[in-house]
Design a protein around this ligand. Structure first.
Ligand code: 0XW
Ligand code: MG
Length: 367
């Protein structure tokens, strides 16, 4: 099975409800990039990459498309058999830019799964479950309103909540965490996500002022070095998210004992295949982590869910997918959906999701 053609598409994903508010940025509409690989035996495989705007991490939509333009011509004619060989071929075309290579990696696995008649989770080592937990991400908002939504989401079945803080005064952040805890108590696990926005001093104050509330503190400060200074000075477990820009950072964070867990993003780490390495490193040290992406439609959602199914359930912090903030699906016949806070793992060969023909219009590029 050889690559005959690659089509690149874009999709606009407006945020349902207006804006997704984090410490760093308010995003109102996301710009997703999709690759469709057509093989000589008539199969099609899909991949997607969708940075949540240009501020959240050093990735952006136009960067992804420029990287795809460098890589794609070198893939034409390549055999879809060894994912490692295909990764090498991509590295020979372009250094870095893992978030663009991630889209191709997804499409390769989608094709291989279809060819072999197995779901992508099988290619990633094998599923441990057919249903993975999701978590609900509460955007930065007024404490009472955030607590009300938190209670609703727990009632709807979410086993975990992520409470966004930062970008405003400490008092509001502290009040939000207290009110959410009063509203949900032990009924859900809580992550408090600073999205790089706190100083180390503010993180220490927040930790002290919320001492008795069991939560994990996700990426409180901008750099991993700043987060490292919190060790021994805060009592809440600290997770890294945005800092995990590649496998080496994860290896370093684990070996230096900087992180008690992670919020992993599939495209940021360079794709599903690269994610299996950090998944296995975390397993060695009993570290919990999520299987997310920053944003994306059903292709990215399917990728996150396949991977999440291969993670030991007691360390699985949930698969975050953007569905709650997006209207509609790429594949309305086989959508990736959250039901009672959980997501069914697609059982069909490959990713198990095929965008409706023509839904993205004409390709922006064909190779
Ligand atoms: C909740 N997320 C997975 C979605 C947004 O991209 C932010 C992200 C996070 O945990 O920072
Ligand atoms: Mg985060």
């Amino acid at each position: 099975m050889r690559i005959d053609r690659i089509n690149v598409y874009t999709a606009r994903l407006p945020v349902k409800g207006g804006a997704y508010r984090m410490a760093s940025d308010d995003v109102k509409s996301l710009d997703s990039t999709l690759v469709e690989i057509v093989t000589d035996d008539g199969l099609t495989g899909w991949g997607e990459t969708c940075p949540i705007g240009p501020i959240y991490q050093p990735h952006h939509a136009l960067g992804a498309r420029a990287a795809i333009a460098e890589i794609a011509p070198g893939l034409i004619g390549a055999e879809i058999a060894s994912i490692r060989l295909l990764a090498k071929r991509m590295d020979e075309r372009l250094n870095g830019h893992g978030y663009a290579k991630a889209a191709f990696d997804m499409a390769f696995l989608d094709l291989l799964g279809q060819k072999l008649g197995v779901p992508v989770s099988t290619l990633l080592g094998g599923a441990l479950t057919d249903r993975v937990p999701a978590y609900y991400s509460l955007i930065v908002g007024p404490p009472d309103e955030t607590a009300r939504i938190a209670a609703d989401k727990v009632k709807a079945g979410y086993p975990r909540l992520q409470v966004k803080i930062s970008g405003r005064n400490l008092e509001e952040d502290v009040a939000t965490v207290h009110k959410v805890w009063e509203a949900v108590g032990y009924k859900a696990r809580i992550a408090v996500d600073g999205n790089r926005g706190l100083t180390a001093a503010a993180a220490i104050h927040l930790d002290r002022l919320c001492q008795a509330i069991p939560f994990v503190l996700e990426q409180p400060c901008n750099t991993m070095d700043e987060v490292a200074t919190l060790k021994g000075r805060v009592t809440h477990p600290v997770y890294l998210d945005e800092s995990t820009e590649d496998q080496n950072v994860v290896l370093r964070a684990i070996s230096l004992g900087i992180a008690d867990g992670f919020g992993f993003k599939v495209t940021r780490l360079g794709g599903l295949t690269k994610m299996t390495t950090v998944r296995d490193l975390c397993a060695i040290r009993s570290l919990p982590h999520s299987c997310d992406d920053a944003w994306g439609g059903d292709i990215i959602a399917a990728a996150c869910v396949h991977l999440a199914a291969t993670v030991e359930p007691r360390r699985m912090e949930g698969a975050w997918i953007a569905q709650e903030y997006i209207d509609g699906h790429f594949d309305p016949g086989n959508p990736i959906v959250i039901r009672e806070g959980h997501i069914a793992v697609p059982q069909r060969p490959g990713l198990g999701v095929k965008p409706e023909p023509g839904m993205f219009g004409q390709p922006i590029a064909t190779y």
